[in-house]
Write a new protein. Sequence first.
Length: 231
Amino acid sequence: MDPLETGGAEGAAGAAQQAGVPPAPWRLRGCAHASLWQVPLPGEAMRPAGGTRVAALAGRTLVVTVWARYTSAGTLAYDELIAATVLRGSGVLAPACTVGMAWVDDETAARGGRALWHIPKELGAFATQPSADAAYGEGGVFGAALSQDGRELAALRFEPGWRLPGRVRFPVWTIQHGEGGPVRTRCLVSGRLQQGTAHWRFAAEGPLGFLHGRKPLASARLDELSADFGV
């Protein structure tokens, strides 16, 4: 299936060459922590792509945050934090979202996200906190912080709970704003799912300030993560 519905495989390959990034698909490997939120409609930056509608619960928008580290076992190695609006009625029979904000610590990953999939990736500085009992993929407590221009934007401490046996596997679509219409990208995700408690901290005056002081509805970690993006 073409990674870009608007441009097809040839358009995606051309965009990759022009941006100087690996062509799709990107086969990313690592670990990710995700939380689901119920918030008032968070504003222009998080608005859904054209032709789609937000998923709501009790009149409030559903937003997901994902904190990931991709290792050298995949196409690129980098850290990432994204915030995405969950969609409904998006025309695909799978979970779908519009990524409104994203930060990475690798310039190639930032260029590729923007050029290939219209994901508005910015550069940020990621640091694992000394209080964490274990790093990504080791199954213990995890803590990390993201800053930009010397200012902390977000921090996470994840305390693991019960683990689902075996591996889970599911598709996810991103539907982004594009010049010629929505840009739809399919991602296949698999890993070992572990429920847990996520303690987030967001700068009240930062871009994720609409999540400041809130608690997520649910949180989980995917260990041994495989994320094939643009398939």
